[in-house]
Ligand binder design. Structure first.
Ligand code: FAD
Length: 401
């Protein structure tokens, strides 16, 4: 079978891999995406129980990639406020008006976002999307290429193989890149829930001793919940009937939105942290969850992945325009220097929050209540924190500014 040659092959057409492919279009390089699942696997008709809270930086990026208007006309819910409070007292409230913005972010179903990105990428003749397809083997050769064999026998060659293939990245293994990982002994229990009261375009998070419960607003008035909790509690709550689950959820939410009228698609995801020891090696680069997985308590995971994609595409484009090797090790190292420190800082911050919040320790409870109250009463600190969290500050790539 004839071999097809590319400059860049992206393994994994998830949210981050597809965003990277779209961001690489202006570079003029030959780019392919290999995705294990086919288009039919993402049904836009059904409400997805996996959602992402997108920052303003991610929104701007998706606007420039030409996918935001399709998403916005489907099912995206903006939120104008964030209310966070501790079950033992102490609270902080953020409002978009404090930053002079209409919204603090948007809640988007992962399946819908993935399907929209997939449709735009598949329709663009500057990109090759191979799906469903899986790489069976990848090996660098002496000519500076990585030779790929797909499960169906097709052969590809590429100058750069990018791992956008999630936490269990095969590319990371082929590149010989190690990881540091730890578990939290928690699961993220997700479900789509209708409460008696409307969410009012507010994203809520209540910190409980077992872990935080997030109530994220959906476009149809329901909430998507992400309830981090110890593994054994999650196993019980996944097995119990709706009525019992609803009573426990109402109590966990502090009855902030009243009774639960209906819920569906309850599922649990083990929570863990992972960080690749390097993001690049000759012929290889990692983006998104292939490089870093963090606790979902601040809803930052995919947003970090989008910034990886934007940074890598920008550096590749700049190198190509300046006549340098766009996928050479110098470009790849620049990418690693740009993104690894920021991602490590976010991971450490999430671990710190987890340590501070997910327990009954009275001293830590006092510390977090003081922290909440101080943040709420000191507008400059509050604005700074908020601007960072929603993607208005930081070392942002051009298309996310
Ligand atoms: C409970 C929970 C709640 C979360 N909430 C949020 C939130 O509110 N906001 C937020 O920003 N983040 C959130 N996250 C994190 C977010 O879901 C991830 O960061 C995000 O999905 C990572 O995207 P990705 O494209 O890097 O990887 P993935 O979503 O894992 O995509 C990887 C893709 O690669 C494909 N693939 C894998 N292996 C292969 C292979 N060998 N060959 C071909 N294709 C392959 C897969 O089919 C998939 O399409 C949450 C996570 C959890 C667990």
């Amino acid at each position: 079978m004839a071999e097809r040659a590319f400059d860049i092959v992206i393994n994994g057409g998830g949210m981050v891999g597809l965003a990277l492919a779209l961001a690489l279009r202006p570079s003029g390089l030959r780019v392919a995406v290999v995705e294990a699942r086919g288009a039919a696997d993402w049904s836009a008709g059904r409400m997805d129980n996996r959602v992402s809270s997108l920052t303003l930086a991610s929104q701007r990026m998706l606007q420039r990639l030409g996918v935001w208007s399709t998403l916005a006309s489907a099912r995206v819910s903006p939120f104008e406020a964030i209310h966070a409070w501790d079950a033992g007292g102490g609270r902080v409230r953020f409002h978009a008006g404090e930053l002079g913005e209409p919204w603090l972010g948007h809640i988007v179903e992962n399946g819908l976002l993935q399907q929209t990105l997939f449709a735009v990428a598949s329709a663009d003749d500057r990109l090759t999307v191979l799906a469903p397809a899986t790489i069976a083997a990848a090996s660098p050769d002496d000519a500076g290429q990585v030779q790929l064999r797909l499960e169906d026998g097709r052969r590809l060659s590429t100058r750069l193989l990018v791992g956008a293939d999630g936490a269990r990245s095969a590319v990371r293994d082929w590149a010989g890149i190690g990881v540091r990982r730890h578990g939290y002994g928690q699961q993220g229990l997700v479900a789509t829930v209708r409460f008696a009261q409307a969410h009012g375009l507010v994203a809520r998070q209540r910190f409980l001793p077992g872990g935080p419960l997030a109530l994220l607003p959906l476009a149809d008035g329901r909430c998507s919940i992400v309830w981090s909790q110890p593994d054994d509690e999650a196993a019980n709550r996944l097995a119990m009937d709706d009525a019992a689950f609803h009573r426990q959820l109402e109590a966990a939410a502090g009855e902030v939105l009243g009774v639960v009228q209906q819920s569906e698609s309850r599922a649990g995801f083990p929570l863990r942290a992972l960080h690749a020891e390097r993001y690049v090696s000759p012929g290889f680069a990692l983006v998104g969850d292939a490089a870093h997985v963090i606790h979902p308590l601040a809803g930052q995971g995919v947003n970090l992945g989008f910034l990886d994609a934007a940074a890598l595409a920008q550096l590749i484009g700049e190198a190509a325009a300046a006549g340098r090797d766009p996928v050479g090790l110098a470009t790849l190292r620049r990418y690693e220097r740009w993104r690894r420190g920021d991602n490590a800082l976010m991971q450490t911050t999430m671990d710190g929050f987890h340590w501070l919040f997910s327990n009954r320790d009275p001293l830590r409870r006092m510390a977090r209540n003081i922290g909440f109250e101080l943040t709420d009463r000191l507008p400059p600190i509050k604005r700074r924190l908020m601007a960072h969290a929603v993607g208005l500050r930081g070392d942002l790539p051009m298309i996310a500014r």
